[in-house]
Every structure is written in structure tokens, then in C-alpha cells.
Design a protein around this ligand. Sequence first.
Ligand code: FEO
Ligand code: CA
Ligand code: CA
Length: 656
Amino acid sequence: MSEDQQAQDQAQDQGLDGPQDSTRRTLFKAIGAAGVATAGAGLLPGCGPRIEKEQSNLGFAEIPHLLDHNHHVPNEYTTDLLLRWGDPLDAFAGAFVPETLTPAEQGRRFGYNNDFIAFMPLDDTAGPGEGDRHCQSHNSERGLLCVNHEYTQPHLMFPGYPDEDAANRSASAEQVAIEQQACGHSVVEIEKTASGWQPIQGSPYNRRISLTTAMNAVGPAAGDERLKTSADPSGSRIFGTVGNCAGGKTPWGTVLIAEEGFGGAFQGDPDDVADEREARNHHAFGIAKNNRNWGDYDRRFDVSVEPNEPNRFGWMVEYDPYDPNATPRKLTGLGRFEHEGFTLVSKPGQQIAAYGGDDDEHQFVYRFVSNNVYLPGESAHNRALLTEGTLYAGQFNEDGNGRWLPLVFGQGQLTEENGFRNQADVLIDCRRAAKLLGATPMDRPEDVETNPVNDCTYVMLTKNKKREAGDENAANPRARNTTGHVLEIVPPGLFGKRDHTSDTFQWNTFLLGGNPNAEDPRERGAYGQQQPGNISAHGWFANPDNVAFDPKGNMWIATDGCESFDFHDGLWAMATEGELRAAPKHFFGCPEGAEICGPEFTPDGKTLFVSVQHPADGRHSSYDTPMHRWPDNDPALPPRPSVLAIRRLDGGEVGS
Ligand code: FEO
Ligand code: CA
Ligand code: CA
């Protein structure tokens, strides 16, 4: 730790405005005025230096930027092809034959477009309802892989289906029913064997969650008028989940599933909805007449038939993977928007803090703080933590300070005069509430996750082509942001004891995506304090989406959009502290057309799971004439979204 960092930490700890703080404000003012693309990048120290030497220990040989039909890892690594769309989960499902797929069969097989991954360890001595004991086992050789399936692509799933550009509304009743089973989530028991990771077909833990799975809404919006439909007068019994992007997990052994792009599942003209407020609400989530045609067959997906059904989506869902019969719960207290995910900071004896992003242009970063404290081992107590608390929206000020603004009915502008009847309205119309409070509109917030080693929180902002010149702010410094950036949130307090429940924080720009040598300053990358020459030709990337931290606290960023810069999406790893802070090294590359999601380490850091989503997605690529057929390369099979397990050949920690 440098003396300056120590002074800053001590000043924060004592609630003082130390000398480092005033320097920092001056810097941000100067940067704001200059408005240059490198604003703020790396000018400030990170959180904790105690792991500096270890964190820089990313010894792998970097792979190149490529764009071909394979996936790529460094030489010393191997990949297990663990789960593909259509792989059988129950004991009776046979080999996958996509031409004869039925809805019932899809409901027993791994779903489409895998996204978020949670690895939940299994402890042989613990049973259902003992998730905390399973988690505490840290078993890194057997566990439950809990995987989201974000959305379906009928033109790549069904033989003879029209090209995506030609027809988006051509699905038959049977195809829609298959799609509704291919969305959602899978739980699959997996084990590490001498020949690599394998799924256990027929495990009693294996489960599919889809659009027909019954769920309960809990929290302040459950049972509200705006959640009631003709099929559910209670307003709290909801079938299914959709748009399942990233998520989170809890130390008491539950998994969180995000509902992101749910609007695309609904058809009908919002202007046909009599209630003006609901019409505005539906427009804001992209519900439109020409969306896909699920509503032709499943009438609740037509807003002219069931105007309240969309209000039952756009939530975070929590479920217990260790109990295959557990009913998932939609946690309305975490707000309704296009959730990327929600990740927890859980410290024994303290309130839970959870961070999430709303992945749309000019939307907000959120934080939830539980009313009650986390008590390890007190399962029943802990399971209520995410249902009682306060949701906040982030305000990132020009001077590098920030505030969390509470979304509470009756406070500030969240009143009846402004059209809010109650707390349910504040949560259902979260975007409108956060905007009224003055939250900072961001460049598409994706994952927001806390580094468990240095205790700082990192916000992935993927891009925002809609930000116009003159509309920049210090936290989103580039107009027409095509390459994205990453912010670092520093809550008050010392390393390891930072207060994630505080209403204030400091923030800085950790990196700006893009090539550090780009001619166009708007696309020029800036990586912390690194000089452009420190970043290799393959070390730069764009469009950060998901993020994970290895046991040493190194950051692993997954991208979605690098093909715009003529190379594959993939993974880049970097330290968050020390000399190599924000200096990325390229670790993994996708086959063409795919983005990478999920990255998830086993507790021992020796396996890294990744989701390869929508391989061979591209113009005029279809089931019949795909761009390629990764991963099987079998003329009888289309390209298949798949989960890979990456290991070092010598069994060591990934990245070391
Ligand atoms: Fe589904 Fe925000 O990526
Ligand atoms: Ca994502
Ligand atoms: Ca994405």
C-alpha cells in the first residue's frame, strides 16, 4: 500500500476529508472540463494492495485476436464440452434429434442460449434445505451447475424456418411451445472425473425451470392490482421466467436469476391498452405489435388480451437448487427493469448489500440493502433477507463522489402527485422513479460485482450508441460510446472492512474499452495507469458484459460485441491492484457469431466454466445453412449453444 493510499483509507475510515480526497476532486474537475476519452482512467488508487504480488500472477501465454469457427484457450489449457442445447438431463431422454423435438422433450433437456452460470458445491452429508452447508463444503469436484437460458432463436433451432430477417413471426404453436421450454434455467449435477467434467444424467437434482414453472411473487409488489390477471386474481402466482440473462448466488445456497429482455416475448400494440400509464410502461420495455408471435397461441403474451401480464416479468427470481421441488420466488423488492443480474456482498453479522444493473441505454445502477443482518447457518432467517430492505439508484457525481438514492414511496418526488400510489408502483415503475430522483443515466449497465479480495465493486458498462454529444457525464464520458467502459465503486472504509451499506461512495474509471492506439479518440481505449505500449496487440477489448473474480481477486471480463472490431468475443483477465492493475491479457475466444457469458470459477480456482451463447449467429445463418456447426461439426446437427469447463493441463489454478 502506498502512503497516499494509506492516508486516503485512514481518512475515509475516520470520516475525514483527507488530502487525497481534495486532489481527487481537482483531478475530476479538470478531466470533466477536458472531456477527453481517457477521462479518469486509472488516476486513482484501487482498494487493497495486500494481494498485489499474487494478483499480478497471470502467467498464461495470451491467445491472439481471431475470428474463426472454433473456440480458443492458451496452450497449457484444455476444455471439456460439458453441456449443449438438447443434452438429456433425466434418465430416460435419449440422444438429441432436433428434427423430432417436442415441447415435452425439450422440457427434459438442456435449454437454448446458455448465459449465467452458478457452480453450487455438493456436500454428501447435507440434504435439501441445507444450502449453506453445501456451500461451506467448497467442494470443487462435484456440484450443481445452475445455468440461465436467455432466449430462443427459431431460425437456428428449427429446420425449414425462415431466415431471421425474413420472418420473425412465423413460429407454429408447436415451435412456440418448444421455445417456451427452451428458455429459463437448468440445474445439472456435474462431477470432475479423471477425463474431465461430466454431467450426471438422471441425477435427482437435475431440473428445468421454464415458462410453465409455477412461481410466487414476494415483497412489496406481490398481490398488487397491477400484477393481477384473468388467470391469477391473487397477483402473486406467476408462471415462468424469461429473458434470463445473468444472476447471482447467496451464501445460504440459493441462486438468483435475472429477467432482462422480457419485452420481446410480448406482442400487441401498447397504445391499445386503455390505462395510459401501462401503455407508457409497455413501450419502455420494447413491447410492440411486430414482436415475435407467442401471443397468437399463449394469449397472456398479447398485451391487448392481458395488459398486466408484462408487469409479472422484469424481476429477480430466487430459487433453491438443492431442493428440486422448491418453488422459485420473484423478489419484487429488487425492482422491475431489464435486470442483468444482482450480486451480493454478505458479511457475517452485517446487512446484505446487493448490486445490479438495468441493461438499457441511459438506465441506472442499483443497490439493495437488507433490513436485517446475515447470520451464517441461520437458514430460515437468511432466506427472508432479500424480501425486506431498501432499493437505491446510483448517482455518480462529477467530482468522483457518489450517492445511493432510496426508492421509497413518499420520499423525495416519489409521491401521489407524481403518479405513485404506493411502494408497488415505485418498484414496478423503477426506471421512472430513479430518473425522478436524479440517478445518473449510464451506458447500459451489465454485471455489477464486488471483488471479494479488495472489496471494491465493478460496473460493466457495455456501450451506448444513443449518448449524444453534449450528453456526456464524468461516469459516462464518451458520446456514441461504441466500446464500453468499467467503473470502480469504492465504498467508505478500510480494505476488507468497506461499508457497502453506506449511502455514499467514491468512484473512478477503471478502464475504457477499445484499442489504446485507435486513431478516433472516441474509440481509444485507456487501461488504468497503463501506457498504451503496455497493452499487447491482443490485450485490448471492447464491450464488457459479464465479470468474475478468481480466488486471488483477479478480474475476468467477458465481452459481447468485439466482432464489430473484427475479432471474436472472449475473456480478458487482469489484476485490479498493483503495477498491472487494469492491464488485460486475452485468455479465451469464441467461435464466430457467439458471445461469451457466465464466467464462473470453482472455489479452488482450478476450473473456469463459460457459456458460449448464440454460436454461428449472423446474417443469413440458419438451421439449414448455418455459418458453422460448432461444437459438434456434425452435418446432422445445427450449431449449439454450449457450456465449457476450462482446466489447466497440469491441474493447477486457472490463470496462474
Ligand atoms: Fe443479456 Fe445484458 O446481456
Ligand atoms: Ca449479459
Ligand atoms: Ca450480452
